[in-house]
Design a protein around this ligand. Structure first.
Ligand SMILES: N[C@@H](CCC(=O)N[C@@H](CS)C(=O)NCC(=O)O)C(=O)O
Length: 222
């Protein structure tokens, strides 16, 4: 397959939605070009102006695929992960067992549509460390739900690979920014969840994202 992939992401230290398809794309081992758009920029060209050049949805991440003289633009983290999973079956981005796959999709979907208080109170700041803020009850409930969900999957499938559904999957991509948030804000985790978080943080793709985030901080743009 001679596809040319371009992944358009936001400021890496902050853009949790961008991290998800980046993890999936790295898992495919396919070469890709990356364009980073600075988030929270109001002066021209503003963040919005820059994103609109790539997608009228006005949000990152965006993946463009050029292949065989045709091209397509895919926006939204889940659509990008699904497209990559379909195009790269060898990467096994979803579990091969249909029931495990159905459940892994539910994990990914729950993350995509849920946990608003975690996202609001513990916004991603990948390369920084902060004290745990005073958490609202709703945030505590959502953290407890995430820990329960992780533990439930890890107990049943984690032995065979260490990730939520054993081998690394889109479910792990979707939770990668949550792992980062829990580390950034020093959220207390039980052993199994903590070991999982450490395993995700140790992935080369997470390390690379962290190094790029640190560079943004050093350059004063995050
Ligand atoms: N549901 C979307 C959310 C995308 C999103 O909200 N992205 C943020 C950055 S993390 C964005 O593009 N914000 C635009 C802006 O800051 O102007 C997805 O899954 O891709």
């Amino acid at each position: 397959m001679n596809a040319r992939y371009t992944l358009i992401v936001g400021t890496k230290d902050w853009s949790s939605w961008s991290l998800r398809p980046y993890m999936a794309l790295r898992a495919t081992a396919a070469p890709f070009i990356e364009t980073v758009i600075q988030l929270r920029r109001t002066e021209s060209p503003s963040t919005r102006e820059q994103i609109l050049k790539h997608s009228l949805a006005g949000r990152v991440p965006v993946l463009t695929i050029e292949e065989g003289g045709k091209s397509v633009t895919v926006w939204d983290s889940v659509a990008i992960c699904e497209t990559l999973a379909e195009r790269h079956p060898e990467a096994k981005l979803w579990p091969s067992d249909p029931f495990m796959r159905a459940e892994a999709r539910a994990y990914a979907a729950e993350m995509h549509s849920g946990f608003p208080d975690v996202r609001d109170q513990l916004s991603m700041d990948f390369a920084r460390r902060h004290p745990t803020p005073e958490l609202r009850d709703a945030t505590k409930d959502q953290i407890a739900r995430i820990i329960h969900a992780w533990t439930n999957a890890l107990e049943r499938f984690g032995k065979h690979g260490g990730f939520l559904f054993g081998e690394f999957s889109v479910a792990d991509c979707m939770y990668a920014p949550v792992v980062s948030r829990f580390i950034t804000y020093d959220v207390a985790l039980p052993k199994l969840a903590l070991e999982y978080a450490q395993r995700v943080m140790a992935l080369p793709a997470m390390q690379d994202w962290g190094a790029a985030s640190q560079k943004e901080i050093d350059a004063g743009i995050a």
